[in-house]
Design a protein around this ligand. Structure first.
Ligand SMILES: Nc1nc2c(ncn2[C@@H]2O[C@H](COP(=O)(O)OP(=O)(O)OP(=O)(O)O)[C@@H](O)[C@H]2O)c(=O)[nH]1
Ligand SMILES: [Zn+2]
Length: 352
């Protein structure tokens, strides 16, 4: 096993420890680089290769960024290494299970611009997501060069964001300038995996360019299919020149809040601490008698915006959690209904 080459695709000692003894004996290490329909793209020591999804998923459901032990011959997974972090979102459509977005991301760059997109409540939402996933959040404020309002200069905006969470790291920069983007190199070295989270137009692709990844929009793999036709497929893992990996796919960019009480409570530790002083244990902090949170807002100790966003994010994630449970219940009922229809059908057939 060439550890150096694996490190270039995000391999770390914590994965090394999980390796079975027989790796090398017809088994190789690979990382899920993209997942589409019936095919999975696996990134290994020797570069990209394809495997039928059915084989690659033999050791469990996959997310982009997962590490697998696969057979060298046909890419059949014999083991999925334990995930260090996992980004997921609420189920889409008929699915009852959360949809996996990406695994093993060490750092989430929460990107927002110094001008129109600057929004503390949105940043809190992304912080909750990052913490829930287990990834380290780093806030990147782009378009620092376009900040014309001296009352809202980049340094001032940065301080506002820093106050959202003790120890939170915030960088301000012009995303078009590779030299300025170098402040992010700390998180982009060998063995490290990062992803960019943020609204459209804030500069995620521009940042990726500045970090040397190249043009994300056009960075597709061209290959010839069995009939010699050119096909292009989008991958989701990009190697950075410094040795790290950038994960990018639309699923990450548009991430919504899944069920994540722990993430929300971690971002709002101060509010949770104040709430310990509420008279009632199940206080909803919405006008209940003896509410310490409302008292803190009234006294000015707690910011009104932060208070409102805390309640909003809590409600939102609870709603998303509830729809999952409700969907599961609906599925059960539908299953029961289908069974009864089939039974009915059989009985009638037996009668005739
Ligand atoms: N002046 C200035 N322009 C920037 C900066 N960052 C991004 N831009 C410009 O903003 C526009 C949008 O940037 P993108 O990198 O495409 O934004 P994105 O976040 O990738 O957007 P989506 O792909 O829609 O998610 C481009 O025209 C960039 O050149 C910056 O720091 N300063
Ligand atoms: Zn209360």
């Amino acid at each position: 096993m060439d550890t150096e080459r694996l490190t270039a695709i995000g391999w770390k000692p914590c994965f090394e420890r999980q390796l079975p003894a027989d790796v090398g004996d017809g088994l190789v290490v690979a990382r899920v680089s993209a997942h589409y329909g019936s095919q999975v793209l696996l990134l290994g020591e020797a570069g990209d290769r394809r495997a039928p999804a059915q084989l690659a998923e033999a050791a469990g459901e996959l997310a982009v960024g997962d590490w697998l032990i696969v057979t060298a011959a046909d890419g059949r997974a014999v083991q999925r290494l334990e995930r260090q972090t996992l980004l997921y979102r609420k189920a889409a459509g008929e699915q009852a299970r959360p949809q996996l977005i990406a695994a093993n991301i060490d750092t989430l760059f929460i990107v927002s611009s110094c001008n129109a997109d600057f929004n503390l409540s949105r940043t809190e939402r992304y912080l909750a997501l990052a913490i829930e996933a287990g990834a380290e959040p780093v806030v990147v404020l782009t378009k620092a060069d376009l900040c014309e309002d001296p009352a809202n200069d980049p340094a001032h905006l940065r301080r506002q964001v820093e106050r959202l969470r003790p120890g939170l790291i915030v960088e301000t920069l012009d995303a078009r300038d590779p030299e300025q983007a170098n402040v992010l190199r700390t998180w982009c070295g060998p063995g490290q995996t990062v992803a960019l989270l943020g609204s459209s137009g804030v500069g995620k692709s521009t940042l990726a360019m500045a970090l040397g990844v190249g043009d994300l929009a056009t960075a597709a793999i061209r290959e010839d299919d069995a009939k010699g036709r050119h096909t292009t497929t989008a991958r989701s893992l990009y190697l950075m020149p410094g040795g790290g990996v950038l994960v990018d796919n639309p699923g990450i960019r548009e991430l919504q809040l899944p069920a994540c009480v722990a993430g929300v409570e971690s971002v709002f530790e101060d509010v949770v601490r104040i709430a310990e002083g509420c008279r009632f244990r199940n206080c909803r902090h919405e006008g209940d008698a003896g509410c310490a949170v409302i008292a803190a807002v009234e006294s000015g100790e707690l910011d009104q915006r932060r208070y409102a966003n805390y309640l909003k994010l809590l409600a939102e994630q609870a709603h998303n959690a509830r729809t999952l449970v409700e969907r599961r219940e609906q599925d059960r009922q539908r299953g029961r209904y289908i069974k009864s229809v089939l039974k009915d059908h059989r009985r009638r057939r037996e009668e005739t």
